[in-house]
Design a protein around this ligand. Structure first.
Ligand code: ATP
Ligand code: MG
Length: 225
């Protein structure tokens, strides 16, 4: 495997009951790359993201992350392996303040995580203004910025976002895109994100995978995206 590959998925099968949802998914991501995954409702995008971080047991195939097969790791080892994950929908601790939510992210990050609160506040000034506000009382767009900030603060090697723009107005989506690009530029964060809107993918990704019925059927790279 080339050394710049951070993630390599090969022939992945998975499902919830007897029915396979993922039917031989293969994809690869290089270090520092931003890669979009697009596809219709129900094709298995969220299922794939769950498999990547080990929330869902895979049936067949391999997921190599930083040269380790993560399907073989115990749950706690996987949690430390360097993934940041934002599931579909808002993912904040609703009873905690913005600051406290970010502190949880810091705890998960390694020593390098320590310098990141300022960076997160820099890219999401709204969070600084509202740092004492209880997360559950914030708007959907603000909560999404907090969820992303909390995952970024741990300085993950690979950040996985499942439809970060869902239900968010275009100007905030734009802002989130800028923040992700800045993190990549500053810290070299690799990003895989699911997105329904091709324009949003065009905004930030170097490459885009198209998913249909449990398979990745096409990859668009460079100028094609
Ligand atoms: P969307 O664009 O709507 O988010 P998606 O591509 O992310 O769709 P998935 O959430 O991966 O799609 O779902 C793929 C299929 O797996 C769907 O048919 C869905 O009903 C099924 N599925 C998802 N989660 C579960 C679950 N926990 N138990 C059983 N079936 C599930
Ligand atoms: Mg989904």
């Amino acid at each position: 495997m080339p050394t710049d590959r951070i993630l390599e998925v090969s022939g992945l099968w998975a499902g919830y009951g007897a029915t396979p949802i993922l039917q031989g998914v293969s994809m690869s991501v290089s270090r520092g790359e931003i890669v979009g995954v697009i596809g219709r409702n129900g094709v298995g995008k969220s299922t794939l993201m769950r498999c990547l971080i080990g929330l869902l047991q895979t049936w067949r195939g391999t997921i190599s992350f930083m040269d380790q097969d993560v399907t073989q790791l115990e749950a706690d080892a996987r949690a430390r392996a360097g993934f940041g994950y934002i599931p579909q929908g808002r993912d904040v601790f609703p009873q905690m303040s913005v600051e406290e939510n970010l502190q949880v992210g810091e705890l998960i990050g390694g020593p390098e995580g320590k310098k990141l609160p300022e960076l997160v506040y820099e890219y999401f000034p709204r969070l600084r203004e509202r740092r004492r506000q209880i997360a559950g009382t914030m708007s959907g767009g603000e909560q999404q910025q907090l969820a992303i900030g909390r995952a970024l603060i741990g300085n993950p090697a690979l950040m996985i976002l499942d439809e970060p723009s869902e239900g968010i107005q275009p100007s905030i989506v734009q802002h989130i895109c800028e923040a992700l690009k800045s993190f990549r530029a500053e810290l070299g964060t690799t990003i895989v994100f699911v997105e329904q809107n091709l324009d949003t993918i065009l905004e930030i990704a170097q490459r885009c995978y198209i998913m249909e019925k449990g398979k990745i059927t096409r990859s668009l790279a460079g100028e094609e995206v």
